[in-house]
Design a protein around this ligand. Structure first.
Ligand SMILES: [Mg+2]
Length: 370
């Protein structure tokens, strides 16, 4: 059996409402679905969800890279030779993690479908059949808007991640306090700052964060300043997650060496795919760090991948960020994820265990929409 075709489908996907995190405001998402087909009629799907603040990748650069440089390597190859294929593609996609993630996911889905096993089995097997997820409250100027979102989500999730880091510091903290008041004392709260605070801000913010009941702080400082996080955060008993600081498995070792975080976010999109994310998780765990599976709010394909990855990790330090499809207006998979008791089930069935709806994919095809 050989790989016969590789396609990249650019989507015009709209979010339910404008989602603001870090420096990004997203109303639509320029995702790309990668399809790898064999000469025997098997297919595997991957999804790229580029974030301009993270890399220079765009929807058209992803399509060009997949069709112009990835496809010639894959076509004619054995679809089960995943590691050799990823090795052959390493140079092509080194600085294009979102592209690499979609290709890796498509190959994993394809191999799972050919072998009749779920994707998590190809990562060594599942430790769980459902994954606890957290909701998220995007940044908004008006604290009352964030409070409303938080109150709505607190009915579904046990833990919420709240975005901070924009604007004036004390106003930012007031927004977090408004979220706490709306979510109630029983809801766990994380804050994700996307590296937008400065070292000098920490002595000011940490006592207030403690008072508000933030238990986990994600990437408070830019990666280059992350060493400043160590003592201050530990002294206030707030866990720290490294996100933007971890783009490779080697970065996870660096976090351990600098003791700049207690947990590593191993979202597979930013790490260049589930294979690299699984390695990064192994490196983090080998150094005694916790891991959690993050995301960049992807649709059904990449989110299913995240659920398989989370299933295959021995320990998760906290709830994962794997409810992205619920933030979109449209779906691309027949199955919709459902949050029950704060958990999402790991999809069952071969490969990613989700059925891509070709009709919906066609309807969202950006080339068709011109
Ligand atoms: Mg983050």
């Amino acid at each position: 059996m050989r790989i016969a075709a590789v396609e990249a489908v650019p989507l015009t996907a709209a979010l339910q409402e404008t989602f603001r995190f870090g420096t990004t405001d997203r109303t639509t998402s320029p995702n790309v679905v990668v399809v790898v087909r064999t000469d025997e009629g098997h297919e595997g799907y991957g999804e790229a969800c580029p974030v301009p603040a993270f890399t220079g990748e765009t929807q058209s650069s992803i399509v060009d890279l997949v069709e112009g440089r990835v496809a010639p390597v894959l076509i004619g190859a054995d679809p089960l030779a995943r590691s050799p294929l990823l090795h052959a593609l390493a140079g092509t996609a080194r600085f294009a993690p979102f592209t690499a993630a979609a290709v890796d996911t498509a190959l994993l889905d394809l191999a799972g479908r050919i072998l009749g096993v779920p994707a998590h089995a190809l990562l060594g097997g599942a430790f769980r059949d459902r994954v606890e997820v957290h909701g998220s409250v995007g940044w908004q100027e008006d604290p009352a808007d964030m409070a409303r979102t938080a109150a709505r989500q607190a009915a579904t999730y046990r833990t919420l991640k709240v975005y901070a880091g924009r604007g004036e510091l004390s106003a930012d903290l007031d927004r977090l306090a408004a979220v706490r008041a709306a979510a109630g004392p029983g809801t766990g709260l994380f804050a994700d700052v996307n590296g937008m605070w400065a070292p000098g801000d920490l002595p000011r913010v940490l006592p207030r964060l403690k008072e508000i009941g933030i238990t986990l702080l994600e990437q408070p400082l830019p990666p280059a300043a992350a060493a400043f996080q160590r003592d201050l955060v530990a002294s206030h008993g707030i866990g720290v997650v490294a996100d933007e600081a971890v783009r490779t498995a080697a970065d996870a070792a660096q976090v351990a060496a600098s003791r700049s975080a207690s947990v590593v976010n191993v979202g597979h999109s930013k790490l260049g795919g589930p294979t690299a994310a699984f390695h990064a998780a192994g490196v983090a765990a080998a150094h005694g760090l916790g891991v959690m599976v993050g995301s960049v709010i992807e649709m059904g394909i990449a989110t299913a991948m995240g659920l398989h990855l989370a299933a295959a990790l021995p320990r998760l330090a906290c709830p994962c960020y794997l409810m992205g499809p619920l933030k979109y207006r449209e779906r691309i998979t027949t199955e919709q994820i459902e949050v029950i008791d704060g958990h999402v089930a790991v999809p069952a069935g071969p490969g990613l265990g989700v059925t891509v709806d070709e009709r919906r994919l066609h309807a969202l095809d950006a080339r068709r929409r011109g």
